[in-house]
Design a protein around this ligand. Structure first.
Ligand code: GLA
Length: 464
């Protein structure tokens, strides 16, 4: 295993290239439904137009070498089957879905670097083939040379790591002829995050980048999760009134270093709250989402009543107030997703905005996964839009839908739908340092205008 500075793809003469597979895997933005995917809840992401292009050349007649070039990082990772086999064996010995961390000694110092994900993909894929008694490991017969090029910002909460893992696993899937379905690929990509990056994430990002359709929001219900790891996908086309709005991502430019441990901590708190509530109510629900669907919780109207009820039920627990706040978010976010899905379908844009803002405030005060920069970003956009409207003789009735933070939080990005007539003005305002976000944080943000795009695609020829 070797990491080299610069781009050094494997070279063979053109006769030795026996296959050329080019794929594109987008990033994703989540419109609403945050920290619900691992809590038996619902989400509504869309794929972006930005993503990762991966060109794979299969070279015959060379020994089993794997070379992966990342043009964005300007590095090359060189591996061979002897690097992967012991990791695959370790994964198989515990079972693929177990979450014990697999350490890779050579890249230990950079366990969140792109190389850890790449190595993880090869190891998990080999383990998956072996567990299905499929002997044809793609890099055993030939050498593989990947060149990766991404225009997706890293650390922006737009799923660049899910995009990397889904891309590699899907290309390997085609090469091996194993024909694992999308759900299996998405789960393997999720296990790479669990075992090689140490983030115990849910399945939203992987499914969004794999299964999204252009022009649609992807509604995923994880109602049986984590019990069966099953899910249900449907596609929600936005009402025609939304054609006047642009989907805008505001990249704050910060990623807080404790994000992984804080993410895992949130998940553990939800699991503790679930155990305690089941015990107290003599139930055996498999997730907070399932618990939230019981009439005794459905009938509670206000957030403060809901929180009080949870505080009472959990009062004998250690850190009961924290557990109650976490559970309150996880249990109530689903009703906002349902409301947003309804509003998206019938063009009730005000209701969509209310649901998105409600989600942000719950993530801020109950789930506590925002950070000052995310809150400043929301206020800065609102203020700027308000100022722009006050200068217009005929401003739009509803200029802004949202904003809210998107993704895991602790930095990353916010998402909003902005009336198209204001889009150029807003981009211009935030492109210069004279804007309310930069004046408070000192950071120049990046604004991305996108639209719900297609998920993973693959071609057999160069696409350019
Ligand atoms: C990250 C995780 C997802 C999901 C979101 C929060 O993006 O990878 O599984 O939990 O955070 O909604």
């Amino acid at each position: 295993m070797q990491i080299i500075q610069g781009a050094q793809p494997l070279t063979g003469n053109s006769a030795s290239v026996i296959q050329n597979l080019v794929s594109f895997t987008p990033g994703r933005v989540n419109l609403i439904g945050e920290h619900t995917d691992y809590n038996g809840g619902m989400v509504m992401p869309a794929a972006l137009h930005l993503g990762l292009r991966s060109e794979l050349k299969v070279l015959a007649g060379t020994s089993n070498e794997i070379c992966v070039v990342s043009r964005s990082v300007n590095q090359t990772l060189k591996l061979d089957s002897a690097d992967i086999a012991p990791l695959a064996a370790r994964i198989l010995s515990t079972g693929i879905e177990r979450s014990e961390r697999v350490e890779i000694s050579e890249t230990e110092t950079q366990s969140h670097s792109w190389t850890a994900y790449v190595i993880g993909c090869f190891a998990i894929f080999e383990a998956a083939l072996k567990s299905r008694q499929i002997g044809r490991i793609p890099w055993h017969q030939n050498s593989l040379s990947f060149v990766l090029e991404s225009n997706l910002p890293q650390g922006a909460g737009l799923s660049s790591s899910a995009s990397l893992c889904v891309s590699l696993l899907s290309q390997l899937n085609v090469l091996s002829g194993a024909i694992l379905d999308a759900a299996a690929i998405a789960r393997l990509a999720m296990y790479v995050e669990h075992r090689f990056a140490g983030t115990k994430c849910g399945l939203m990002d992987q499914l969004a980048v794999l299964c999204s359709r252009a022009g649609f929001y992807t509604r995923i219900d994880f109602l049986e999760f984590p019990q069966s790891q099953d899910f249900h996908i449907s596609y929600a086309r936005a009402h025609e009134s939304l054609q006047y709005y642009a989907l805008v991502i505001f990249k704050t430019g910060v990623t807080h270093s404790l994000a992984e441990s804080a993410y895992n901590e949130r998940r553990m708190s939800c699991e503790s709250a679930l155990r305690a509530l089941n015990k107290k109510l003599s139930l055996s629900c498999s997730s907070l989402g399932e618990l939230a669907r019981l009439p005794r919780f459905q009938s509670v109207e206000s957030e403060s009543q809901f929180l009080n009820l949870l505080e009472q039920l959990l009062e004998t627990e250690k850190e009961s107030k924290i557990l109650a706040r976490r559970a309150c978010h996880a249990m109530r976010e689903n009703s906002r997703v349902l409301e947003a899905a309804r509003a998206l379908g019938n063009g009730d844009l005000q209701a969509l905005s209310t649901a998105m803002r409600g989600s942000h405030s719950s993530l801020d005060s109950l789930y506590e996964v925002t950070c000052p920069e995310l809150n400043i970003a929301c206020t800065a956009v609102e203020r700027t839009v308000h100022e722009m409207c006050s200068r217009k003789s005929n401003p739009p009735v509803l200029p802004l839908i949202g904003p809210r933070m998107t993704g895991g939080g602790f930095g990353g990005s916010t998402v909003q739908l902005l009336h198209a007539s204001l889009c150029d003005g807003l981009l211009e305002r935030f492109a210069s340092t004279d804007n309310p976000y930069t004046s408070e944080t000192g950071i120049l943000p990046q604004l991305i205008v996108t639209k719900p795009s297609a998920g993973f695609s693959l071609g057999f020829e160069c696409l350019n």
